[in-house]
Design a protein around this ligand. Sequence first.
Ligand SMILES: Cc1cc2nc3c(=O)[nH]c(=O)nc-3n(C[C@H](O)[C@H](O)[C@H](O)COP(=O)(O)OP(=O)(O)OC[C@H]3O[C@@H](n4cnc5c(N)ncnc54)[C@H](O)[C@@H]3O)c2cc1C
Length: 418
Amino acid sequence: MANDKLRLFRKIIVVFLKYGITYLCQRVGALAHRWTYKEVSNPKNVVILGGSFAGIPLAKRLTETLPTGYRVVLIEKNSHFNYLFNFPRYSVLQDHEHKAFVPYTGLARGAPRGIFKIVQGLATDIGDEEVELKSGGRIRFEYLVIATGTTQNAPAQVLSTEKEDSCAELRDMQGKIRSANSIAIVGGGAVGVQLAGDIKTFYGDKRVVLVHSRDQLLPNFGKRLHSYVIDKLEHLGVAVMLGERPQLSRAAGPMSLAFKDGGSQAFDLVIPCTGQTPNSSVLSSFGPDAISMKNGRILVKPTLQVQFHDKPSSKGYHIFALGDVAETGGPKMGRAGLMQAEIVRANIASLIQGNSKLKSYDPDPLEGALKLSLGKSDCVMYMDDKEGDNFLIPVKGGKEDLQVAQAWKMLNASMGAS
Ligand SMILES: Cc1cc2nc3c(=O)[nH]c(=O)nc-3n(C[C@H](O)[C@H](O)[C@H](O)COP(=O)(O)OP(=O)(O)OC[C@H]3O[C@@H](n4cnc5c(N)ncnc54)[C@H](O)[C@@H]3O)c2cc1C
């Protein structure tokens, strides 16, 4: 549709105006809060598990709004924020990987003293009043927010928790890609598509095959995006195989894929880009009934409070979940985590004030908007609308490092800080 840009502009101008005014009010409120918040010796903790696209905006907003007597404690297993959006690119492009790991040290810059604490550790269990860490430590909470996201295969994520080791993992993937002449990528979601396009544009001579189990690439989005992307990939020289769920076959060599027609193909490298496992196990002993049997996500009410069945009046009321780990009804996207964070913040504020009328989360189509790179020079923006309409806007690829500076800005960090 030729007028997609105009239609989208009309749609988002209203939203931008609304959020622009809200943002201004938030800034003024944060300034006033800085003068009124007083540090106390034994504050009650609002504990957030997970410092990523959902946990970070929530932590920031709580440092601007929590009343005296409360503070935010962010528990995160990684030493640095992992900017996942750029992992596929930095698995191919060398010498940029360090930029994907942003220090948390500036997160609460400008916030009142005593309102924020970050603890590096893995939360393993929760009780009525405290979180247990793998280190054996325990942290008490008055309110708890679970924003632990999902676990995915490399290169969508890394296994290490320290920056140096995480960079080494990405460099290891770069080395494997560099030395392989033929590469199969299994999984045609956003990660697989980005990776295939990047490998083919940075290393034009390699044979790159993208294998996907369904008939549609990027199945969480409309068919129009599929058609656009498949054209682009084929133009770049990526071979796309649809409707295939290949087995890694040892018989025909260590990196051979067996297909449904009985044939097999050998590759120097096979990269699986499939599957996401929600990190909900922290609830498995405290509230197993709040974990979906269907997909392992945490069940939540529209208020984003965890949907316990057998803890009606205990602290269960004070436990929230948001982002990719939670069954919120919204898209599994960073932008959705941002919007949900404001609902959780407002509801915690209401509960602290003794007000039981809470806000409900109602996803906006904008939260599901995708910006997908298709090789080093091209990108596409896509959004499905509520009315069955959609928007597809091709854009230029931008910088090679994919505008990573915006992640550093989000964490108030100076690029290059360790
Ligand atoms: C390659 C790629 C590109 C993407 N592009 C986009 C895009 O363009 N736009 C968009 O909106 N979305 C995009 N997404 C999706 C987006 O990244 C996710 O929706 C988002 O990361 C979800 O955020 P989250 O905070 O819920 O969870 P996560 O990002 O998964 O973060 C969870 C955090 O919790 C921590 N954690 C987990 N368990 C524990 C524990 N037990 N104790 C302590 N800490 C723990 C983890 O270390 C992590 O920091 C992309 C995803 C990928 C992989």
